[in-house]
Design a protein around this ligand. Structure first.
Ligand code: NDP
Length: 328
Protein backbone atom coordinates (compact mmCIF):
# COMPACT_ATOMS: atom_id res chain seq x y z
CA UNK A 1 0.00 0.00 0.00
CA UNK A 2 1.69 3.20 -1.18
CA UNK A 3 1.22 6.21 1.11
CA UNK A 4 2.26 9.83 1.51
CA UNK A 5 2.98 10.59 5.17
CA UNK A 6 2.65 14.14 6.50
CA UNK A 7 6.20 14.32 7.84
CA UNK A 8 6.43 17.80 9.36
CA UNK A 9 4.43 21.00 9.62
CA UNK A 10 5.61 23.49 6.99
CA UNK A 11 6.81 26.92 8.02
CA UNK A 12 5.77 29.23 5.19
CA UNK A 13 4.98 27.99 1.71
CA UNK A 14 4.51 24.26 1.25
CA UNK A 15 7.42 22.23 -0.16
CA UNK A 16 7.82 18.55 -1.02
CA UNK A 17 9.89 18.12 2.17
CA UNK A 18 6.59 18.20 4.08
CA UNK A 19 5.81 14.70 2.82
CA UNK A 20 7.45 11.29 3.05
CA UNK A 21 6.69 8.32 0.76
CA UNK A 22 6.27 4.88 2.31
CA UNK A 23 5.02 1.44 1.33
CA UNK A 24 3.20 -0.70 3.89
CA UNK A 25 1.31 -4.00 3.85
CA UNK A 26 -2.25 -3.93 2.58
CA UNK A 27 -4.73 -2.95 5.35
CA UNK A 28 -7.31 -5.55 6.40
CA UNK A 29 -10.90 -4.45 7.10
CA UNK A 30 -12.11 -5.26 10.63
CA UNK A 31 -15.67 -5.67 11.93
CA UNK A 32 -17.97 -3.03 10.46
CA UNK A 33 -15.26 -1.93 8.04
CA UNK A 34 -14.84 -1.75 4.30
CA UNK A 35 -11.63 -1.97 2.25
CA UNK A 36 -11.61 0.86 -0.29
CA UNK A 37 -9.25 1.34 -3.21
CA UNK A 38 -8.63 4.99 -4.05
CA UNK A 39 -9.67 5.92 -7.59
CA UNK A 40 -9.45 9.73 -7.38
CA UNK A 41 -7.78 11.89 -4.74
CA UNK A 42 -9.16 15.40 -4.49
CA UNK A 43 -6.57 18.14 -4.01
CA UNK A 44 -7.99 21.12 -2.16
CA UNK A 45 -6.49 24.38 -0.90
CA UNK A 46 -7.97 23.39 2.47
CA UNK A 47 -5.44 20.51 2.65
CA UNK A 48 -2.85 23.21 3.39
CA UNK A 49 -5.08 24.92 5.98
CA UNK A 50 -5.58 21.59 7.80
CA UNK A 51 -1.82 21.57 8.43
CA UNK A 52 -2.13 24.83 10.37
CA UNK A 53 -5.13 23.74 12.45
CA UNK A 54 -8.01 26.05 13.44
CA UNK A 55 -10.29 24.91 10.62
CA UNK A 56 -13.67 23.19 10.57
CA UNK A 57 -12.05 19.78 11.08
CA UNK A 58 -9.19 18.03 12.85
CA UNK A 59 -5.61 19.13 12.19
CA UNK A 60 -3.25 16.91 10.19
CA UNK A 61 -0.46 15.82 12.53
CA UNK A 62 3.08 14.70 11.73
CA UNK A 63 3.11 10.93 11.16
CA UNK A 64 -0.45 10.82 9.76
CA UNK A 65 -1.13 9.50 6.29
CA UNK A 66 -1.85 12.86 4.62
CA UNK A 67 -5.58 13.55 4.88
CA UNK A 68 -7.61 13.98 1.72
CA UNK A 69 -11.07 13.56 0.21
CA UNK A 70 -11.21 10.54 -2.06
CA UNK A 71 -13.50 8.75 -4.42
CA UNK A 72 -12.86 5.06 -3.97
CA UNK A 73 -14.08 1.65 -5.04
CA UNK A 74 -15.04 -1.01 -2.52
CA UNK A 75 -12.85 -4.12 -2.89
CA UNK A 76 -13.95 -6.03 0.24
CA UNK A 77 -16.71 -5.41 2.75
CA UNK A 78 -17.66 -6.70 6.20
CA UNK A 79 -21.03 -4.92 6.17
CA UNK A 80 -24.19 -5.68 4.18
CA UNK A 81 -24.64 -2.08 2.95
CA UNK A 82 -21.50 -2.09 0.79
CA UNK A 83 -20.40 -4.54 -1.88
CA UNK A 84 -17.30 -4.81 -4.09
CA UNK A 85 -17.62 -2.41 -7.01
CA UNK A 86 -19.52 0.29 -5.11
CA UNK A 87 -18.14 3.80 -5.56
CA UNK A 88 -17.83 5.72 -2.29
CA UNK A 89 -16.80 9.16 -1.05
CA UNK A 90 -14.56 9.09 1.99
CA UNK A 91 -11.57 10.67 3.70
CA UNK A 92 -9.37 7.91 2.37
CA UNK A 93 -6.23 10.03 2.45
CA UNK A 94 -3.14 10.01 0.25
CA UNK A 95 -2.81 6.25 -0.23
CA UNK A 96 -3.84 3.39 -2.49
CA UNK A 97 -6.07 1.52 -0.01
CA UNK A 98 -7.82 2.34 3.26
CA UNK A 99 -9.84 0.15 5.66
CA UNK A 100 -12.63 2.45 6.82
CA UNK A 101 -15.69 2.21 9.07
CA UNK A 102 -18.81 1.88 6.94
CA UNK A 103 -20.32 4.91 8.72
CA UNK A 104 -17.59 7.09 7.21
CA UNK A 105 -18.53 6.22 3.62
CA UNK A 106 -21.12 7.75 1.30
CA UNK A 107 -22.22 5.63 -1.63
CA UNK A 108 -22.19 7.42 -5.00
CA UNK A 109 -24.13 6.89 -8.20
CA UNK A 110 -22.11 4.70 -10.61
CA UNK A 111 -23.91 6.33 -13.53
CA UNK A 112 -21.46 9.25 -13.34
CA UNK A 113 -17.75 9.21 -14.16
CA UNK A 114 -15.17 9.41 -11.34
CA UNK A 115 -14.06 12.77 -12.77
CA UNK A 116 -17.56 14.23 -12.35
CA UNK A 117 -18.05 12.63 -8.94
CA UNK A 118 -14.84 14.19 -7.57
CA UNK A 119 -15.57 17.58 -9.17
CA UNK A 120 -18.85 19.16 -10.25
CA UNK A 121 -20.91 16.43 -8.57
CA UNK A 122 -18.68 16.40 -5.47
CA UNK A 123 -17.55 18.91 -2.87
CA UNK A 124 -16.58 21.44 -5.57
CA UNK A 125 -19.93 21.69 -7.32
CA UNK A 126 -21.94 21.48 -4.11
CA UNK A 127 -19.88 24.28 -2.56
CA UNK A 128 -20.51 26.50 -5.57
CA UNK A 129 -24.20 25.61 -5.65
CA UNK A 130 -25.07 26.13 -1.98
CA UNK A 131 -22.78 29.10 -1.52
CA UNK A 132 -24.18 30.92 -4.50
CA UNK A 133 -27.86 30.04 -4.28
CA UNK A 134 -28.45 29.61 -0.53
CA UNK A 135 -26.17 32.36 0.74
CA UNK A 136 -25.57 34.69 -2.22
CA UNK A 137 -29.26 34.64 -3.24
CA UNK A 138 -28.61 36.08 -6.72
CA UNK A 139 -31.47 37.69 -8.60
CA UNK A 140 -31.65 38.12 -12.38
CA UNK A 141 -29.75 41.24 -13.37
CA UNK A 142 -27.49 41.18 -10.29
CA UNK A 143 -23.76 41.58 -10.70
CA UNK A 144 -21.94 38.56 -9.26
CA UNK A 145 -18.20 38.82 -8.59
CA UNK A 146 -16.19 35.66 -7.81
CA UNK A 147 -12.52 35.29 -6.82
CA UNK A 148 -10.27 32.32 -7.68
CA UNK A 149 -12.61 32.37 -10.66
CA UNK A 150 -10.56 30.01 -12.83
CA UNK A 151 -10.33 27.41 -10.07
CA UNK A 152 -12.56 24.48 -9.20
CA UNK A 153 -15.31 26.26 -7.25
CA UNK A 154 -14.96 29.56 -9.14
CA UNK A 155 -15.55 28.09 -12.60
CA UNK A 156 -18.81 26.55 -11.38
CA UNK A 157 -19.97 29.65 -9.48
CA UNK A 158 -19.52 31.78 -12.59
CA UNK A 159 -21.45 29.40 -14.82
CA UNK A 160 -24.30 29.00 -12.29
CA UNK A 161 -24.57 32.76 -11.87
CA UNK A 162 -24.89 33.13 -15.64
CA UNK A 163 -27.69 30.56 -15.60
CA UNK A 164 -29.38 32.64 -12.88
CA UNK A 165 -29.42 35.62 -15.25
CA UNK A 166 -26.62 37.59 -13.60
CA UNK A 167 -23.74 39.59 -15.00
CA UNK A 168 -20.63 37.64 -13.98
CA UNK A 169 -17.20 39.09 -13.28
CA UNK A 170 -14.26 36.92 -12.27
CA UNK A 171 -11.08 37.74 -10.37
CA UNK A 172 -8.08 35.58 -11.29
CA UNK A 173 -4.28 35.69 -11.31
CA UNK A 174 -2.82 36.65 -14.69
CA UNK A 175 -4.18 37.87 -18.01
CA UNK A 176 -4.22 34.41 -19.57
CA UNK A 177 -6.71 33.08 -17.00
CA UNK A 178 -8.83 36.23 -17.33
CA UNK A 179 -8.98 35.90 -21.13
CA UNK A 180 -9.87 32.21 -20.82
CA UNK A 181 -12.77 32.93 -18.43
CA UNK A 182 -14.36 35.34 -20.91
CA UNK A 183 -13.57 33.36 -24.07
CA UNK A 184 -14.30 29.81 -22.88
CA UNK A 185 -16.63 30.06 -19.90
CA UNK A 186 -18.86 32.98 -20.86
CA UNK A 187 -17.87 35.34 -18.04
CA UNK A 188 -18.88 38.91 -18.91
CA UNK A 189 -15.52 40.20 -17.69
CA UNK A 190 -12.50 39.09 -15.67
CA UNK A 191 -9.89 41.11 -13.81
CA UNK A 192 -6.34 40.26 -12.82
CA UNK A 193 -5.65 40.76 -9.11
CA UNK A 194 -1.91 40.54 -9.76
CA UNK A 195 -1.93 43.51 -12.17
CA UNK A 196 -0.78 46.94 -10.98
CA UNK A 197 -4.09 48.47 -12.10
CA UNK A 198 -6.31 45.77 -10.48
CA UNK A 199 -8.57 48.28 -8.72
CA UNK A 200 -9.07 50.24 -11.94
CA UNK A 201 -9.80 47.03 -13.89
CA UNK A 202 -12.44 46.13 -11.30
CA UNK A 203 -14.08 49.58 -11.47
CA UNK A 204 -14.26 49.34 -15.27
CA UNK A 205 -15.69 45.80 -15.14
CA UNK A 206 -18.35 46.68 -12.53
CA UNK A 207 -19.64 50.16 -13.45
CA UNK A 208 -22.90 49.42 -11.60
CA UNK A 209 -21.23 47.92 -8.54
CA UNK A 210 -21.43 44.35 -7.18
CA UNK A 211 -24.49 42.71 -5.62
CA UNK A 212 -23.01 39.33 -4.71
CA UNK A 213 -19.33 38.69 -3.99
CA UNK A 214 -18.37 35.02 -3.74
CA UNK A 215 -15.12 35.17 -1.76
CA UNK A 216 -12.73 32.25 -2.16
CA UNK A 217 -9.57 34.08 -1.16
CA UNK A 218 -9.87 36.95 1.36
CA UNK A 219 -6.98 39.46 1.37
CA UNK A 220 -6.66 42.10 -1.33
CA UNK A 221 -9.51 40.65 -3.39
CA UNK A 222 -11.94 40.97 -0.46
CA UNK A 223 -10.76 44.54 0.17
CA UNK A 224 -11.38 45.48 -3.46
CA UNK A 225 -14.78 43.79 -3.46
CA UNK A 226 -15.86 45.66 -0.30
CA UNK A 227 -15.25 48.94 -2.10
CA UNK A 228 -17.28 47.76 -5.10
CA UNK A 229 -20.28 46.38 -3.16
CA UNK A 230 -23.73 47.90 -3.63
CA UNK A 231 -26.10 48.70 -0.78
CA UNK A 232 -27.64 45.52 0.59
CA UNK A 233 -25.05 43.30 -1.11
CA UNK A 234 -24.22 39.76 -0.01
CA UNK A 235 -20.72 38.41 0.54
CA UNK A 236 -20.42 34.62 0.46
CA UNK A 237 -17.43 33.71 2.65
CA UNK A 238 -16.34 30.41 1.12
CA UNK A 239 -12.60 30.32 1.74
CA UNK A 240 -9.44 32.32 2.36
CA UNK A 241 -6.85 30.74 0.10
CA UNK A 242 -4.65 33.87 0.21
CA UNK A 243 -3.88 32.98 3.84
CA UNK A 244 -3.42 29.20 3.83
CA UNK A 245 0.12 29.02 2.47
CA UNK A 246 1.43 32.37 3.67
CA UNK A 247 0.13 32.44 7.23
CA UNK A 248 -1.10 35.97 6.49
CA UNK A 249 -3.80 37.04 8.92
CA UNK A 250 -5.35 40.34 9.86
CA UNK A 251 -8.57 41.71 8.51
CA UNK A 252 -9.22 44.64 6.30
CA UNK A 253 -9.46 47.92 8.20
CA UNK A 254 -12.26 48.72 5.74
CA UNK A 255 -14.40 45.88 6.94
CA UNK A 256 -16.58 47.03 9.86
CA UNK A 257 -17.36 50.48 8.49
CA UNK A 258 -18.20 49.36 4.98
CA UNK A 259 -20.37 46.47 6.13
CA UNK A 260 -22.40 48.88 8.27
CA UNK A 261 -22.83 51.74 5.84
CA UNK A 262 -23.59 49.50 2.87
CA UNK A 263 -25.87 47.20 4.95
CA UNK A 264 -23.93 44.17 3.69
CA UNK A 265 -24.51 40.60 4.74
CA UNK A 266 -21.34 38.50 5.07
CA UNK A 267 -21.94 34.84 5.76
CA UNK A 268 -19.61 31.89 5.98
CA UNK A 269 -20.61 28.28 5.36
CA UNK A 270 -19.18 24.79 5.12
CA UNK A 271 -20.59 22.60 2.37
CA UNK A 272 -21.04 19.71 4.83
CA UNK A 273 -23.81 21.80 6.45
CA UNK A 274 -25.91 20.99 3.37
CA UNK A 275 -25.46 17.19 3.37
CA UNK A 276 -29.22 16.66 3.73
CA UNK A 277 -29.77 18.45 0.40
CA UNK A 278 -26.98 16.70 -1.49
CA UNK A 279 -29.22 14.49 -3.67
CA UNK A 280 -31.29 17.40 -4.91
CA UNK A 281 -28.29 19.64 -5.62
CA UNK A 282 -26.44 16.79 -7.31
CA UNK A 283 -29.42 16.05 -9.56
CA UNK A 284 -29.67 19.67 -10.67
CA UNK A 285 -25.93 19.92 -11.32
CA UNK A 286 -25.98 16.63 -13.26
CA UNK A 287 -28.85 17.94 -15.37
CA UNK A 288 -26.89 21.08 -16.29
CA UNK A 289 -23.82 19.01 -17.16
CA UNK A 290 -25.85 16.67 -19.34
CA UNK A 291 -27.58 19.53 -21.18
CA UNK A 292 -24.26 21.29 -21.74
CA UNK A 293 -25.33 24.33 -19.71
CA UNK A 294 -22.41 23.83 -17.32
CA UNK A 295 -18.93 22.65 -18.31
CA UNK A 296 -16.76 20.53 -16.02
CA UNK A 297 -13.22 21.94 -16.09
CA UNK A 298 -10.66 19.43 -14.86
CA UNK A 299 -6.97 19.44 -14.09
CA UNK A 300 -6.32 15.72 -13.52
CA UNK A 301 -2.82 14.42 -12.80
CA UNK A 302 -2.04 10.70 -13.10
CA UNK A 303 -0.21 8.95 -10.26
CA UNK A 304 -0.26 9.15 -6.47
CA UNK A 305 3.47 9.95 -6.56
CA UNK A 306 2.61 13.37 -8.03
CA UNK A 307 0.34 14.50 -5.17
CA UNK A 308 2.79 16.77 -3.30
CA UNK A 309 4.00 18.63 -6.42
CA UNK A 310 0.41 19.00 -7.59
CA UNK A 311 -0.81 20.48 -4.28
CA UNK A 312 2.08 22.96 -4.41
CA UNK A 313 1.07 23.88 -7.97
CA UNK A 314 -2.57 24.33 -6.92
CA UNK A 315 -1.68 26.72 -4.11
CA UNK A 316 0.45 28.73 -6.53
CA UNK A 317 -2.45 29.05 -8.98
CA UNK A 318 -1.04 26.65 -11.57
CA UNK A 319 -4.39 24.90 -12.04
CA UNK A 320 -7.39 25.51 -14.24
CA UNK A 321 -10.59 24.05 -12.80
CA UNK A 322 -10.77 21.10 -10.42
CA UNK A 323 -7.43 19.51 -9.54
CA UNK A 324 -7.35 15.85 -8.60
CA UNK A 325 -5.00 12.88 -8.76
CA UNK A 326 -6.07 9.76 -10.67
CA UNK A 327 -4.68 7.10 -8.33
CA UNK A 328 -6.07 4.00 -10.07
P1 NDP B 1 -9.05 26.42 -6.67
O1 NDP B 1 -9.13 25.43 -7.76
O2 NDP B 1 -9.76 27.71 -6.81
O3 NDP B 1 -7.50 26.67 -6.39
C1 NDP B 1 -7.05 27.70 -5.59
C2 NDP B 1 -6.85 28.97 -6.42
O4 NDP B 1 -6.63 30.04 -5.52
C3 NDP B 1 -5.61 28.94 -7.31
O5 NDP B 1 -5.91 28.40 -8.57
C4 NDP B 1 -5.21 30.43 -7.37
O6 NDP B 1 -5.68 30.99 -8.58
C5 NDP B 1 -5.96 31.06 -6.21
N1 NDP B 1 -5.03 31.73 -5.29
C6 NDP B 1 -3.95 31.21 -4.68
N2 NDP B 1 -3.36 32.14 -3.90
C7 NDP B 1 -4.12 33.27 -4.03
C8 NDP B 1 -4.02 34.58 -3.47
N3 NDP B 1 -3.04 34.93 -2.62
N4 NDP B 1 -4.96 35.50 -3.81
C9 NDP B 1 -5.94 35.17 -4.67
N5 NDP B 1 -6.08 33.94 -5.24
C10 NDP B 1 -5.17 33.01 -4.90
O7 NDP B 1 -9.51 25.76 -5.31
P2 NDP B 1 -11.00 25.33 -4.91
O8 NDP B 1 -11.93 25.77 -5.95
O9 NDP B 1 -10.97 23.91 -4.52
O10 NDP B 1 -11.26 26.18 -3.60
C11 NDP B 1 -11.59 27.56 -3.68
C12 NDP B 1 -11.91 28.07 -2.28
O11 NDP B 1 -13.07 27.41 -1.81
C13 NDP B 1 -10.82 27.79 -1.25
O12 NDP B 1 -10.70 28.91 -0.41
C14 NDP B 1 -11.37 26.61 -0.50
O13 NDP B 1 -10.84 26.52 0.79
C15 NDP B 1 -12.83 26.95 -0.50
N6 NDP B 1 -13.72 25.82 -0.25
C16 NDP B 1 -14.66 25.98 0.72
C17 NDP B 1 -15.56 25.00 1.00
C18 NDP B 1 -16.59 25.25 2.03
O14 NDP B 1 -17.30 24.32 2.40
N7 NDP B 1 -16.72 26.46 2.51
C19 NDP B 1 -15.51 23.70 0.31
C20 NDP B 1 -14.52 23.64 -0.75
C21 NDP B 1 -13.65 24.67 -1.00
P3 NDP B 1 -5.07 32.37 -9.19
O15 NDP B 1 -4.17 31.96 -10.31
O16 NDP B 1 -6.27 33.07 -9.64
O17 NDP B 1 -4.31 33.03 -8.09
Amino acid sequence: NRQWIFANTPQGALTEATFRWQETPMPQPGDGEVLVRTRMLSLDPANRAWMNGATYREQVLPGDVMHGFTLGEVVASNVPDFAPGDLVDSMGGWQDYAALPAAALVKRNRRHTPELLIGVLGVTGLTAYHGLFDIGEPRPGDVVLVSAAAGAVGTIVGQLARLAGCRVVGIAGGQAKCDWLVRELGFDAAVDYKAADFHKQLRVATPNGVDVYFDNVGGVCLDAALLAMNLGGRIVCCGAVSQYDTGATGGSPLLPGVVVTKRLRMQGFIVLDYAAQQDQAEARLAGWIESGAVRSILDIVDGLENAPASLIRLLAGGNLGKMAIRVS
